[in-house]
Design a protein around this ligand. Structure first.
Ligand code: GRF
Length: 194
Protein backbone atom coordinates (compact mmCIF):
# COMPACT_ATOMS: atom_id res chain seq x y z
CA UNK A 1 0.00 0.00 0.00
CA UNK A 2 1.31 3.42 -0.91
CA UNK A 3 0.31 6.27 1.32
CA UNK A 4 0.47 9.77 0.02
CA UNK A 5 2.38 11.91 2.43
CA UNK A 6 0.66 15.18 3.32
CA UNK A 7 2.88 17.86 1.84
CA UNK A 8 3.03 20.20 -1.09
CA UNK A 9 4.69 18.21 -3.82
CA UNK A 10 4.30 14.54 -4.67
CA UNK A 11 7.54 12.57 -4.96
CA UNK A 12 7.78 10.82 -8.29
CA UNK A 13 10.19 8.38 -9.88
CA UNK A 14 10.63 8.24 -13.65
CA UNK A 15 11.44 4.84 -15.16
CA UNK A 16 13.40 4.90 -18.42
CA UNK A 17 15.34 2.61 -20.73
CA UNK A 18 16.72 5.01 -23.33
CA UNK A 19 16.83 8.52 -24.69
CA UNK A 20 14.84 10.24 -21.94
CA UNK A 21 13.24 13.10 -23.88
CA UNK A 22 10.07 12.71 -21.81
CA UNK A 23 12.13 12.58 -18.61
CA UNK A 24 13.72 15.88 -19.64
CA UNK A 25 10.42 17.64 -20.28
CA UNK A 26 8.80 16.18 -17.15
CA UNK A 27 11.73 17.30 -15.00
CA UNK A 28 11.64 20.78 -16.54
CA UNK A 29 7.93 21.05 -15.79
CA UNK A 30 8.47 19.82 -12.21
CA UNK A 31 10.50 22.95 -11.53
CA UNK A 32 7.54 25.21 -12.31
CA UNK A 33 5.65 26.82 -9.50
CA UNK A 34 2.44 25.24 -10.71
CA UNK A 35 3.90 21.74 -10.56
CA UNK A 36 2.40 19.33 -8.06
CA UNK A 37 5.35 16.96 -8.24
CA UNK A 38 9.07 16.50 -7.70
CA UNK A 39 11.23 14.13 -9.68
CA UNK A 40 13.21 12.49 -6.92
CA UNK A 41 14.49 9.40 -8.66
CA UNK A 42 15.25 7.97 -12.08
CA UNK A 43 15.25 4.20 -12.51
CA UNK A 44 16.82 2.63 -15.57
CA UNK A 45 17.32 -0.97 -16.60
CA UNK A 46 20.04 0.21 -19.00
CA UNK A 47 23.38 1.37 -17.72
CA UNK A 48 24.10 3.52 -20.75
CA UNK A 49 20.64 4.97 -21.31
CA UNK A 50 21.04 8.56 -22.54
CA UNK A 51 18.42 9.56 -19.97
CA UNK A 52 20.93 8.79 -17.21
CA UNK A 53 23.00 11.80 -18.24
CA UNK A 54 19.88 13.95 -17.90
CA UNK A 55 19.56 12.67 -14.32
CA UNK A 56 23.24 13.34 -13.65
CA UNK A 57 23.15 16.81 -15.16
CA UNK A 58 20.16 17.76 -13.04
CA UNK A 59 21.42 16.06 -9.90
CA UNK A 60 18.49 13.66 -9.69
CA UNK A 61 19.17 10.40 -7.80
CA UNK A 62 19.31 7.52 -10.21
CA UNK A 63 19.37 3.77 -9.89
CA UNK A 64 20.47 1.33 -12.56
CA UNK A 65 18.83 -2.04 -12.20
CA UNK A 66 20.16 -5.29 -13.57
CA UNK A 67 17.14 -7.13 -14.91
CA UNK A 68 18.67 -10.61 -15.23
CA UNK A 69 16.34 -11.79 -12.51
CA UNK A 70 12.99 -9.97 -12.53
CA UNK A 71 12.09 -10.77 -8.93
CA UNK A 72 15.39 -9.50 -7.65
CA UNK A 73 15.27 -6.45 -9.93
CA UNK A 74 11.83 -5.49 -8.65
CA UNK A 75 12.87 -6.11 -5.06
CA UNK A 76 15.71 -3.64 -5.55
CA UNK A 77 13.46 -1.10 -7.24
CA UNK A 78 10.85 -1.29 -4.48
CA UNK A 79 13.56 -0.87 -1.91
CA UNK A 80 14.89 2.20 -3.66
CA UNK A 81 11.40 3.68 -4.10
CA UNK A 82 10.82 3.19 -0.42
CA UNK A 83 14.09 4.85 0.56
CA UNK A 84 13.28 7.85 -1.62
CA UNK A 85 9.68 8.11 -0.38
CA UNK A 86 8.33 7.71 -3.89
CA UNK A 87 4.57 8.03 -4.11
CA UNK A 88 3.94 7.93 -7.84
CA UNK A 89 5.71 6.27 -10.79
CA UNK A 90 6.01 7.73 -14.27
CA UNK A 91 6.96 5.33 -17.04
CA UNK A 92 8.71 7.13 -19.87
CA UNK A 93 10.09 4.67 -22.38
CA UNK A 94 10.66 1.92 -19.81
CA UNK A 95 10.99 -1.29 -21.81
CA UNK A 96 10.38 -3.82 -19.04
CA UNK A 97 7.02 -5.22 -18.00
CA UNK A 98 6.22 -4.74 -14.32
CA UNK A 99 4.91 -7.79 -12.48
CA UNK A 100 1.41 -8.08 -11.01
CA UNK A 101 3.02 -8.06 -7.58
CA UNK A 102 4.77 -4.76 -8.29
CA UNK A 103 1.71 -3.09 -9.81
CA UNK A 104 -0.38 -4.09 -6.80
CA UNK A 105 2.00 -2.15 -4.58
CA UNK A 106 1.41 1.01 -6.64
CA UNK A 107 -2.18 0.45 -7.70
CA UNK A 108 -3.41 3.44 -9.77
CA UNK A 109 -0.13 5.20 -9.07
CA UNK A 110 1.75 4.26 -12.21
CA UNK A 111 1.27 6.21 -15.42
CA UNK A 112 2.56 5.43 -18.91
CA UNK A 113 2.67 7.01 -22.33
CA UNK A 114 2.36 4.83 -25.40
CA UNK A 115 2.87 6.09 -28.97
CA UNK A 116 -0.34 4.79 -30.52
CA UNK A 117 -4.07 5.22 -30.24
CA UNK A 118 -4.69 2.43 -27.74
CA UNK A 119 -6.20 -0.16 -27.74
CA UNK A 120 -4.67 -0.27 -31.21
CA UNK A 121 -1.02 -1.18 -31.59
CA UNK A 122 -0.04 -2.24 -28.11
CA UNK A 123 3.56 -3.30 -27.61
CA UNK A 124 6.56 -2.57 -29.80
CA UNK A 125 7.16 -1.10 -33.28
CA UNK A 126 3.92 0.85 -33.28
CA UNK A 127 4.97 3.32 -35.99
CA UNK A 128 6.09 0.62 -38.42
CA UNK A 129 2.81 -1.21 -37.90
CA UNK A 130 0.52 1.81 -38.27
CA UNK A 131 2.24 2.85 -41.50
CA UNK A 132 2.26 -0.69 -42.89
CA UNK A 133 -1.47 -0.95 -42.20
CA UNK A 134 -2.05 2.34 -44.04
CA UNK A 135 -3.72 3.98 -41.07
CA UNK A 136 -4.70 7.62 -41.57
CA UNK A 137 -4.01 8.55 -37.96
CA UNK A 138 -1.70 7.54 -35.22
CA UNK A 139 -1.06 9.40 -31.97
CA UNK A 140 -0.32 8.72 -28.37
CA UNK A 141 -2.13 7.57 -25.27
CA UNK A 142 -1.50 8.38 -21.63
CA UNK A 143 -2.90 5.71 -19.34
CA UNK A 144 -2.73 4.23 -15.88
CA UNK A 145 -0.83 0.97 -15.69
CA UNK A 146 -2.60 -2.26 -14.80
CA UNK A 147 -1.59 -5.91 -15.01
CA UNK A 148 -2.13 -6.14 -18.77
CA UNK A 149 0.27 -4.58 -21.27
CA UNK A 150 -0.80 -1.08 -22.45
CA UNK A 151 -4.33 -1.72 -21.20
CA UNK A 152 -4.94 0.44 -18.11
CA UNK A 153 -7.51 3.21 -17.85
CA UNK A 154 -6.99 5.80 -20.57
CA UNK A 155 -6.48 9.31 -19.23
CA UNK A 156 -6.00 11.09 -22.51
CA UNK A 157 -5.40 10.35 -26.13
CA UNK A 158 -4.36 12.56 -29.00
CA UNK A 159 -4.57 11.88 -32.72
CA UNK A 160 -1.69 12.76 -35.04
CA UNK A 161 -2.23 12.64 -38.78
CA UNK A 162 -0.05 10.27 -40.78
CA UNK A 163 1.30 12.05 -43.84
CA UNK A 164 1.80 10.41 -47.25
CA UNK A 165 5.56 10.60 -47.06
CA UNK A 166 5.84 9.57 -43.42
CA UNK A 167 8.39 6.96 -42.45
CA UNK A 168 8.28 5.30 -39.02
CA UNK A 169 11.05 7.72 -38.00
CA UNK A 170 9.38 10.91 -39.17
CA UNK A 171 6.09 9.88 -37.59
CA UNK A 172 7.82 8.92 -34.33
CA UNK A 173 9.53 12.31 -34.23
CA UNK A 174 6.29 14.24 -34.73
CA UNK A 175 4.47 12.22 -32.10
CA UNK A 176 7.34 12.48 -29.63
CA UNK A 177 7.34 16.27 -29.87
CA UNK A 178 3.69 16.25 -28.82
CA UNK A 179 4.34 13.69 -26.07
CA UNK A 180 7.08 15.87 -24.58
CA UNK A 181 4.76 18.86 -24.50
CA UNK A 182 1.65 17.16 -23.14
CA UNK A 183 2.83 14.35 -20.83
CA UNK A 184 4.06 16.65 -18.01
CA UNK A 185 0.81 18.62 -18.07
CA UNK A 186 -1.31 15.48 -17.87
CA UNK A 187 0.81 14.10 -15.03
CA UNK A 188 0.30 17.36 -13.18
CA UNK A 189 -3.46 17.19 -13.68
CA UNK A 190 -3.62 13.61 -12.46
CA UNK A 191 -1.55 14.49 -9.41
CA UNK A 192 -3.71 17.51 -8.61
CA UNK A 193 -6.61 15.14 -8.11
CA UNK A 194 -4.80 12.82 -5.71
C1 GRF B 1 8.13 7.42 -26.31
O1 GRF B 1 7.78 7.36 -27.65
C2 GRF B 1 7.03 6.84 -25.45
O2 GRF B 1 5.77 7.01 -26.00
C3 GRF B 1 7.38 5.36 -25.45
O3 GRF B 1 8.79 5.33 -25.44
C4 GRF B 1 9.32 6.52 -26.01
C5 GRF B 1 10.24 7.11 -24.99
O4 GRF B 1 10.99 8.18 -25.51
N1 GRF B 1 6.76 4.69 -24.34
P1 GRF B 1 11.96 9.00 -24.57
O5 GRF B 1 12.97 8.02 -23.97
O6 GRF B 1 11.15 9.67 -23.50
O7 GRF B 1 12.64 10.00 -25.47
Amino acid sequence: MVKLIGKNKINCAVFISGRGSNLKSIFKFSKKKSSKFNIKLVVSNKKFAAGISIAKKNKINFKIINYKNIKEAERQILNCLNKNNIEFIILAGFMKILSKYFIKKFRNKIINIHPSLLPKYKGLNTHERTIRNKEKFSGYTIHLVNEKLDSGKIIMQKKVKILNLDTPDSLAKRILKEENRIYPKVINKVLSRI
